[in-house]
Design a protein around this ligand. Structure first.
Ligand code: UDP
Length: 382
């Protein structure tokens, strides 16, 4: 059997690419080392019948209509706007930090004065980064920035990344803005919803196509090899496309050293009551060992007795020791090293790194799909 394309990894990017290429008439071999597809978006019912995300909360949001149209062929939707709170000084306050957070934590007159200063400096409903606030012209605003940095960002970030925030790309903390107003939504994309039966059925339907041969529990290492600019499939020279969604340093046997990734572990806990917490995710930015607790029923909309939550614990990641990579670690430390691997990848004609791990980009799900769209176009045009 010859394949037009081999895709390594049946996660968000890999499944999307497989379907796009198959619909263009290509035969696709989709290799997945785990026993399941959907990558980190994998969800399933736990032993209590509650739909849980085994690798942590995945909230779908995008401003790309084409992505929504594509996905809507494989799923219906449950409308859901993500809301997050954080435990700060014993109080649960909205995140992104907004006027409601301010009023929960500061005496009313001081909160109102700060709101006026914020509005004058940035305009109503502005979403500014913590970095902007820390370098505000007005001293009172810089002090507020310092307070939010210390209570919401610094310790959470140190736990999450195992590093000082200053060594990370500033974009990491900018993902979570400070809101000059009362908008409590975590994301502002026009489309925010959850697949009505979950992600696993969605990606199962997506990869069910006559042109796609899916092989689970199969590491790419069993089938592919890369040497001196040449690719082999099952020990024979292979000249089709290889879309690689696993870490690039692993592909090249860590020849320049390991790229930094961060991993997570989860503890699931079931409670015999309807709700555990007021919103889907509560962040714990301070002394707790976990960073957040997610209660899945809030986002899935599932009606069932009891509820299941996941405590999320960040941990170091060493691929050579078999840890599961969740996040690239954006920053100067990794950028130069990644570029060396990317240059090596470019020396293989037909090799396309794609997705969060292989492109080493902090993509959300929709961005990973958009990257897959772009690569599919490149492959089918060439
Ligand atoms: N962050 C933080 N405190 C929070 C939420 C986020 O310090 O309460 C920082 C932290 O460094 C985190 C980053 O902002 O890694 C991005 O947050 P996001 O919620 O986007 O992380 P993800 O859901 O991708 O893990």
């Amino acid at each position: 059997m010859t394949y037009h394309a081999v895709i390594v990894g049946a996660g968000v990017a890999g499944c999307t690419l497989a379907r796009l290429l198959a619909e263009k008439g290509q035969t696709v071999l989709l290799l997945e080392q785990r026993p399941h597809i959907a990558g980190q978006a994998y969800d399933e019912k736990d032993e209590h019948g509650i739909l849980v995300h085994r690798y942590g909360p995945h909230l779908f949001h995008t401003d790309n209509r084409r992505t929504v149209e594509f996905l809507s062929r494989f799923t219906g939707w449950h409308p859901y706007e993500h809301h997050v709170m954080a435990l700060i000084q014993g109080r649960l306050v909205p995140v992104p930090f907004n006027f409601d957070s301010l009023e929960s934590l500061f005496p009313t007159d001081e909160a109102l004065r700060l709101e006026e200063l914020l509005t004058r400096a940035y305009g109503e409903e502005a979403r500014i980064s913590i970095w902007e606030l820390l370098s505000a012209e007005e001293e009172k605003l810089r002090e507020l920035g310092g307070y939010i940095y210390e209570n919401l960002f610094y310790h959470y970030t140190a736990k999450q990344w195992g590093r000082e925030p200053g060594v990370l790309s500033p974009d990491v903390l900018s993902r979570v803005p400070v809101v000059v107003g009362r908008d409590g939504r975590y994301f502002t994309d026009p489309f925010q919803a959850m697949p009505d039966e979950g992600y696993t059925p969605l990606f199962t339907r997506m990869t069910t196509h006559a042109g796609i041969s899916l092989e689970k529990k199969t590491s790419w290492k069993e089938r592919l090899s890369f040497s001196q600019g040449k690719i082999s499939l099952d020990r024979k020279p292979y000249t089709g496309a290889v879309c690689f969604t696993a870490p690039l340093d692993e592909l090249f046997d860590f020849c320049y050293g390991e790229l930094p990734y961060r991993s997570l572990s989860f503890t699931f806990s079931h409670c015999h009551r309807d709700r555990f917490q007021p919103v889907c995710t509560v962040n714990y930015p301070n002394e707790e060992a976990y960073t957040r607790i997610t209660e899945f029923k809030h986002c899935t909309g599932q009606e069932a007795p009891g509820t299941t939550v996941a405590y999320e614990y960040p941990r170091p990641c060493s691929l050579s020791k078999g840890d599961i990579p969740y996040y690239p670690v954006p920053g100067e430390e990794s950028a130069g090293l990644y570029e060396k691997y990317a240059a090596l990848a470019r020396s293989y004609k037909g090799l396309f790194p794609v997705g969060r791990l292989a492109e080493y980009k902090y993509y959300n799900m929709a961005q990973a799909m958009d990257a897959a769209f772009a690569i599919a176009e490149k492959i089918t045009m060439s």
